[in-house]
Structure formats: structure tokens, C-alpha cells
Design a protein around this ligand. Structure first.
Ligand SMILES: C[S@@+](CC[C@H](N)C(=O)[O-])C[C@H]1O[C@@H](n2cnc3c(N)ncnc32)[C@H](O)[C@@H]1O
Length: 208
């Protein structure tokens, strides 16, 4: 047994629907590793439990796995907006939202987050950035004024399999995008921040 197996055996289960989604994604999709998975999913749900956001924004829906984890703990009148650029994922994620019974809390936007974020009305209490690694700084800048003071921004994959240590020599645009984002967050005095060494790195940002 690995330590990861041990953790999964001693935390809440993801439930039948999410484990079916996880299996389906591994059978039907090309890059199933992109979805959050059971440990990060339970952490996202726990953060919603603790922080009690009314409005959540997710940038990068993919299968809807993390969307559902976030939606699970939302208050009855809370809502989650989620943006996905790849329209081929729409049928898969909408099917999952319907199966979950949580579809009334979820607003799926198909299109480029860089175009959709400026069109979104209202503010958010929690934002989960998990789309194109080259564009993390752009997503952050676009979304920042839409986050309420006391709100949280989460950014996934901020250790990028340890490649952040290779920069600035890396010509890899995704690595450079993450490195630039991490430097930007380090300098930003409007926030408190910490990087959790969870999976591929999860940055938690608190807006002052
Ligand atoms: C890592 S996956 C998201 C995983 C999901 N958040 C989860 O945890 O289960 C990243 C997704 O972001 C999408 N994406 C990439 N660039 C985007 C953009 N500019 N706007 C919206 N979605 C984008 C990709 O198509 C992909 O489905």
C-alpha cells in the first residue's frame, strides 16, 4: 500500500457518481489525468464547507469532476460558474451535472475564459484557476476585481511536476506561464498566499 492509498482509505469517499465519472473519463477521454481526482476533490469540497462561498467560478471545467466536488458543499442558494473552451467536453460534463442532481447550481459557459470572464456579472467568493498554464497570470488579472475581499483564489498545478525549478532556462511556455504566475503572486501585496504541496501544487490565495 502506498501513502496515497492510505490517505484515500482514511478520508471521505468521493461517492458512486464521481467514481463512475473517473472511470468513464479514463475509458473515453484522451487526457484523464487532468481531472482533479479523489483527494483534491475532497479538499475542494472541504474548502467550500469551511469558507461557505455563495458564488464560485471555475476556469477549466474539463469533465466537471472538480465542479461537482465544489458544488456538493455549496449552500442551497449558492451557484458555481464554470468555463470550458473545448466544446467537445460539453456533452460529457452536462451529462455528469444532470446525473448528480446538482445541475441547478451549475452554470456552464463554453468558450475562452479570457472572453467570458469580463462578461460575467457579479462577484465571486471562491475562484478555482485550472485551465491553460500559459495564461494563469491573465486569468488572475481578469478575475481579481471580481473577487470579494475575504475571497479565495485557488490555482492548480503551480509546482508543475517540479519543472518550476528548471526555469528560467526552460523554453517550455507552460512552465514559464506557471513560473511567471508564481512570481506575480509572490509580489502581490493585496493578498496572502501559500502553496500546498498537494499533487502538482495547489496555491491558496486570500484576498485582503
Ligand atoms: C486541467 S483541465 C480542468 C480540470 C478540472 N478543473 C478538474 O479539476 O477536474 C483544464 C481544462 O481547461 C480548458 N481550457 C484551457 N484553456 C482554456 C481557456 N482559455 N478557457 C476555458 N477553458 C480552457 C481545457 O480545455 C481543459 O479542459
Amino acid at each position: 500500500m502506498t501513502i496515497d492509498d492510505y490517505i484515500l482509505e482514511h478520508i471521505d469517499e468521493e461517492g458512486a457518481q464521481l467514481s463512475r465519472l473517473y472511470r468513464d473519463a479514463h475509458v473515453r477521454l484522451l487526457r484523464p489525468r487532468m481531472l482533479s481526482g479523489p483527494l483534491q476533490g475532497r479538499i475542494l469540497k472541504m474548502l467550500v464547507r469551511i469558507h461557505q462561498p455563495q458564488r464560485i467560478l471555475e476556469i477549466g471545467t474539463y469533465t466537471g469532476y472538480a465542479t461537482l466536488c465544489l458544488a456538493e458543499a455549496l449552500s442551497p442558494n449558492g451557484e458555481i460558474h464554470t468555463i470550458e473552451k473545448d466544446d467537445e467536453m460539453e456533452d460529457f460534463s452536462r451529462e455528469q451535472f444532470e446525473l448528480s442532481g446538482l445541475q441547478d447550481k451549475i452554470r456552464l459557459h463554453i468558450g475562452d475564459a479570457l472572453e467570458i470572464i469580463p462578461q460575467l456579472e457579479g462577484n465571486f467568493d471562491l475562484v478555482f484557476i485550472d485551465a491553460d498554464k500559459r495564461l494563469y497570470s491573465e486569468y488572475y488579472d481578469l478575475v481579481f476585481d471580481k473577487v470579494n475581499p475575504g475571497g479565495i483564489i485557488l490555482a492548480d498545478n503551480t509546482l508543475w511536476s517540479g519543472k518550476v525549478l528548471e526555469a528560467p532556462h526552460s523554453g517550455d511556455k507552460q512552465t514559464c506561464g506557471i513560473v511567471d504566475f508564481n512570481e506575480k503572486i509572490k509580489q502581490d501585496k493585496r493578498i496572502e498566499k501559500v502553496i500546498l504541496p498537494l499533487r502538482d501544487g495547489l496555491t491558496m490565495i486570500y484576498k485582503l
